[in-house]
Design a protein around this ligand. Structure first.
Ligand code: SAM
Length: 224
């Protein structure tokens, strides 16, 4: 995608337009699709308790099925900017609607009290944030987690060189989109594993581990 095409695409419009064929697109674009989502769910200890799980940028809920297999009574808070993606999620989980709370809005502006969640997950979404904003988001996530809680992130990963090129392209675009709020345009700024670790550590997470990695996707777990 060219830089000028990026400029046209506000995040909500981008995902509203793609909601219908989003799942098909994802199955084609992440190699080992199934293994990736299984890895995202794998740190969740199997339980019948009604643990609380937040899914940031939940989309149509692809991450939720293996999570609910492990914790069938989990109370889920699915946050997404796109009403169309959330409509699909509710269609996909009709039999679980009593335990799924859908929040249409930005995870950048959530107002949860501290220590509410047992787990927070984000899949293929935080790569839209530049590092400073990602760090602030990690701090929020950490605050919302209970002591001993875990944050699981599945996302695109690039090399240090690609990261630098992506950050430079991002800066150029943001200069052209004068005064645009970061995070609201569909611009990809994936980071390297090292940068991810550094940001999570800076945000106060005690330990960070890569539990799955293939090609340009990885699953990281950070413990509070
Ligand atoms: C590539 S999709 C990933 C969806 C889902 N997590 C999955 O694994 O299929 C990215 C999602 O993040 C959402 N999103 C992007 N920025 C957001 C923000 N600031 N707040 C809430 N949702 C956001 C988009 O609307 C979209 O549904």
């Amino acid at each position: 995608m060219t830089e000028s095409q990026h400029e046209m695409e506000n995040m909500v419009d981008f995902f509203n337009q793609r909601a219908e064929d989003y799942e098909e697109h994802m199955q084609g674009s992440i190699e080992s699709f199934q293994a990736f989502y299984e890895a995202v769910a794998s740190p969740i200890r199997p339980t019948h308790r009604n643990i609380k799980v937040m899914d940031l940028g939940s989309g149509t809920g692809l991450a939720l099925s293996p999570i609910l297999d492990r914790a069938p009574r989990a109370e889920v808070f699915a946050v997404d900017l796109s009403n169309k993606m959330l409509e699909k999620l509710l269609e996909n989980y009709q039999d679980k609607q009593e335990q799924i709370n859908v929040i249409r809005g930005s995870y950048l502006n959530l107002d949860f009290p501290p220590k509410v969640f047992d787990y927070a997950v984000s899949v293929m979404t935080l790569h839209h944030l530049p590092p400073e904003q990602k760090m602030a988001q990690y701090e929020d996530i950490r605050r919302w987690l209970k002591e001993g809680g875990m944050y699981i992130e599945g996302d695109y990963i690039v090399s240090g060189v690609e990261e630098q090129e992506g950050l430079e392209a991002y800066e150029r675009l943001m200069r052209r989109l004068k005064n645009a709020a970061p995070g609201l345009y569909h611009i990809d700024v994936p980071l390297s594993i090292k940068s991810q670790y550094d940001l999570l550590a800076e945000a106060g997470f005690g330990s960070v581990e890569t539990i799955w990695q293939k090609d340009q996707a990885a699953v990281l777990v950070a413990s509070k």
